[in-house]
Design a protein around this ligand. Sequence first.
Ligand SMILES: *Cc1c(COP(=O)(O)O)cnc(C)c1O
Length: 420
Amino acid sequence: MKLWYPYKQMKDLGQVPVMVAGQGTQMILEDGRILTDGISSWWAVIHGYNHPELNHALIHQVSNFSHVMLGGLSHPPALALADKLVAIAPAGLNHVFYSDSGSVGVEVALKMALQFWKNTGYTGKHKIISLRNGYHGDTFKAMEVGDDSDFSSAFADVLHRGYFLDTPTGGFHADAATLQKDFTALEDLLKAHAPEIACFILEPIVQCAGGFRIYSPLYLKVARELCDKYEVLLVLDEVATGFGRTGKLFAAEHAGITPDIMIVGKALTGGYMGHAATMASTRIFNSFLGDSYDKALMHGPTFMGNPLATTVALKSIEIIERDHYLSRIAQINAVIQSEFDKIESPAIADKRIVGAIGAIELKEESMMAGFRDFAINNNAWLRPIGKVMYVMPAYIITDEELLFLIGIMKEWISRIYVND
Ligand SMILES: *Cc1c(COP(=O)(O)O)cnc(C)c1O
């Protein structure tokens, strides 16, 4: 096998479907089969495949120029997208740094946070707090703040781990009493170690790759207050949650807070190509101003601000706003809610829903064995994570397509034999 696939023991690769065309939520395979995509290609392809307006915007830009360096040069799509992102992001995130993937966007965010303290004259603030079950990408610093041992165990002895806190308890609607021990854990950690802590990075509201663990906006509110109190920066990784996925344009809006730094990626370009943006407050940005390179942000991915990526991102945001995607997402949420209510089985450990995300956790990972192939054989693309099966569809999905996908999950669950 010449092509090396991700997250896969290549020894037992098995049959890999080959997609040759896409249309909306439909993935057309080489052998003629058509799959309905339930997970929008790693949560990015929010407008579906082969979207005429996104295509058109790209073709227009291609016939102009496809790439130019952003070092010492600029171009209209990069400038316009920065304006647009600042306009729609939580108030105060006034500065935009582009990169080519979510992982790199996270690296940039952590560099900003670490260097901010150095630039403002603090020394020793070099550690980072993150959450158990968090995922922030596969590059080294991103791995360090991530918690999935499957992703990082091969590198355990070269990772300089910071501090980890438990995923906040109680789900989206947890009240202050339920969350008290999580607040206490955070405050105890900050009280003891704030002078060596640069920032707290977390995925707001839902930890996606870590199994779609949803927590309360109250936790984010309190995290914002405690970070301010103890002089630690708050970094929100919205790579998966950004652009409507949790029912708000950005998950931070559930809590009404503005982080010091925020990363967006995945759906930024409507899933058309890899790109990310790390957004920072003016306080962060200003700390990098000075008379020498010492204080500057010395980072610059070759393809940052790529004209095609920024063009398609602008068009994507325009469509999200024009076509009222947030109400479409509310409708997707309603369908998931009512359909999940009808799925009952002793095999189910938990059902978790927020925005356009519906996840069902089974009791044992072994109960998921064969599910991906079962879905393919039933013309659906539903790739589980561990013992969690989920839908995270394109926002253009129809109710019928969504019912079809959830029906396949239900059918699989009904076939699981539980001996209890
Ligand atoms: C996917 C993801 C990343 C990494 O993005 P890549 O584009 O795959 O590098 C980082 N953070 C979160 C929350 C993600 O879901």
